[in-house]
Design a protein around this ligand. Sequence first.
Ligand code: ZN
Length: 183
Amino acid sequence: MASPGFQLSVEGGRRLFEARRFHEANERFEEGWRVCRSDEKRVLQVFVLWTAALQQHENGRGGGARRLLARALERLCSVSDDFDGLDVDSLKSCVIDTWGQMVAQEPLLPRWPEAFLSRPGSLSLDHAFSCPSCNEPVMVTVAMEEADGAQYVEDCPVCCSPWSVTVRREGGDVDVAVRRLDA
Ligand SMILES: [Zn+2]
């Protein structure tokens, strides 16, 4: 299972990428790159380079854009083909598409690699803690869509007391706070 920092960075970056906000997406991927290790770090570097290349291209610096993209492709070759159940090939084909468009001097229509994170349930985070009411060890599962900030009520599966669950993004990590609602 991919680490929370990785999922958070990829999911947050994806939304910005799809909105063509490449500069912000780039920062989001870089945030994850700083906290991740090994294959995750390499993949995030690919996203960092890819979005930097798109930015440079939009700013009219075609040569710089192609150099960055070449580095992204080079980096992709060092990632295992199927690391942690993620579809690295789908990422490769999307980066190669951008390369083709840049070289042909066509308008850039970068595609997000849909298959990359399509594994069901891959975008969630389990948070283990002791129930603030009954003290039993319990767990909540936070969907990554909520990781940018969410607050909701959930009942303890052991004692049925309602909790207030607060999710916040803290740099490259997710902070989950659970409090008693009836206190
Ligand atoms: Zn409880």
